[in-house]
Design a protein around this ligand. Structure first.
Ligand code: 1GP
Length: 235
């Protein structure tokens, strides 16, 4: 499946209007909303998306202040590659009652940051170290720990705008050791990157930057994902 990521800090004005006009007719599987740096509610953006597009809107928040009860679901992310309590449990406590009272679908997510060839906003803002790109066994143990803790999704994140996406070897090994669905994102720019992530076992691929710089790619990537699924079903 394909998720189009809208970062409220990057995706606004004419760019937002352009992307939303495409999302009205194209149907990716999800629209994710969130960013590392935003410190306000995403209410207005989510309200706008819900009014304009048919795709499910899933929050992918960088902190508690981004929470909006207006989305369809919330990835309740715990940054388990890091050792900063604020992003393991602190932000969760801050938003817990608002999240619970909203009645929203909440998906506990093992969020795992992988080194992507350049320093990422997540790394800087969360003040955590990513798992080195080639340390597959550490990524596997981290994801399995998340699953054992009861998390319902694992997310391998190379960081927005990463130079190198998460490696095929790492995706394959994590996939092999997990029963829960696997999300992969960060630095995926081409159909080849997308195919490699799907082939390696990603259930959902998240793309932000590539669509912000070339919104016309959305159509190609949505079509590519549909064709990939048709192929899977036929074979
Ligand atoms: C970032 O995984 C997402 O959180 C998407 O990354 O912006 O590099 O596509 P890109």
């Amino acid at each position: 499946m394909l998720a189009v990521l809208l970062d409220p800090d990057q995706c606004k004005g004419a760019l937002l209007v352009n992307i939303v006009s495409k999302l009205k007719t194209l149907t990716p599987d999800f629209v994710f909303v969130g960013g590392s740096h935003t410190v306000t509610s995403t209410d207005t953006l989510i309200e706008f998306l819900k009014a304009e597009v048919d795709t499910e809107v899933v929050q992918f928040p960088g902190n508690a202040s981004q929470f909006s009860p207006k989305a369809d679901a919330l990835l309740f992310l715990s940054l388990i590659s890091g050792r900063n309590a604020e992003f393991l449990i602190g932000q969760h406590v801050n938003s817990a009652m608002a999240v619970k009272n909203s009645g929203l679908e909440v998906i506990p997510t093992a969020y795992i940051l992988i080194e992507g060839g350049k320093s990422s906003s997540v790394e800087y803002i969360s003040n955590t170290h990513p798992i080195p790109h080639d340390k597959v066994a550490i990524a596997v143990s981290t994801a399995v720990a998340g699953e054992l803790l009861g998390m319902k999704l694992a997310y391998l994140e190379a960081g927005s705008g990463a130079k190198n996406p998460v490696s095929v070897e790492m995706i394959e090994s994590v996939r092999k050791n997990l029963a829960i669905p696997l999300i992969v994102g960060g630095g995926i720019k081409t159909e080849e990157n997308l195919k490699a992530a799907f082939d390696a076992g990603a259930d959902i691929v998240v793309i932000g930057n590539a669509f912000e710089s070339e919104p016309e790619k959305i159509e190609r990537f949505v079509e590519f994902t549909k064709a990939y699924n048709r192929n899977l079903n036929e074979n």
